[in-house]
Design a protein around this ligand. Structure first.
Ligand SMILES: C[S@@+](CC[C@H](N)C(=O)[O-])C[C@H]1O[C@@H](n2cnc3c(N)ncnc32)[C@H](O)[C@@H]1O
Length: 190
């Protein structure tokens, strides 16, 4: 890795935070060793690595950000550069994990870089989540489930409603409150 690549990995990849840790904790308590798992938007690869190590499951990581793909690969993960679930075949994953970009744009300072891709959910905060919901069911195996991290800044009720419209049944598995937001992990099944 040359200097420019190293800078990109250090400054343009979302590093694990409370949301990452909450998703990893919930996922690793609900994934079995024989599950085939996809983490969408893996960033540093922290969640995917934790789930693989703690459960023994086979975990594939993906991200649109090439710096993130490189950082996740450096953890020894299998990584595919991908836009959400678009390139993956039908019915192959028992679990799909996603800690999406979820901030409404007015919560963000003006940015135009890979970190914006990691944080911005468009005007509502739900634009990437909605695109994800439109295709994610296609890649789920029968009885597969999705673990989706959602913030109060994004609107949990609105995400639940949209997931229902996309054909999912939704359960809230765990909530955590912080000074400026609360985080919820949703489980979605067909
Ligand atoms: C909030 S970060 C979460 C990173 C990591 N999973 C974690 O929990 O620490 C969101 C990630 O989604 C990725 N992302 C954003 N839009 C995407 C898209 N359309 N397809 C794939 N990944 C995307 C970003 O590059 C970023 O790495």
């Amino acid at each position: 890795m040359d200097l420019a690549e190293r800078r990109g990995v250090e400054t343009e990849v979302y590093q694990p935070a409370e949301d990452s840790r909450l998703l990893a904790a919930v996922a690793e308590s609900r994934i079995d060793a024989d599950d085939r798992v996809l983490e969408v938007g893996t960033g540093s690869g922290y969640v995917a690595e934790r789930v693989a190590e703690e459960t023994g499951a086979s975990v594939l990581a993906s991200d649109l950000n090439p710096h993130a793909c490189r950082q996740a690969r450096a953890r020894g993960l299998g990584v595919v550069r991908a836009d959400l679930t678009t390139p993956f075949p039908e019915s192959v994953f028992d679990a799909v994990l996603f800690n999406p970009p979820y901030l409404p744009v007015d919560e963000l300072a003006e940015r135009d870089d890979w970190m914006e891709l990691a944080l911005s959910g468009g005007e509502t905060g739900r634009e990437v989540i909605e695109a994800f919901l439109d295709d994610a069911g296609r890649v789920l195996a029968p009885d597969g489930r999705i673990f989706l991290l959602v913030s109060s800044l994004t609107g949990v009720d609105e995400v639940v409603e949209r997931a229902g419209e996309a054909g999912f049944s939704v359960a809230a598995l765990r909530d955590e409150s912080y000074p400026f937001e609360s985080l919820t992990v949703l489980k979605l099944i067909r």
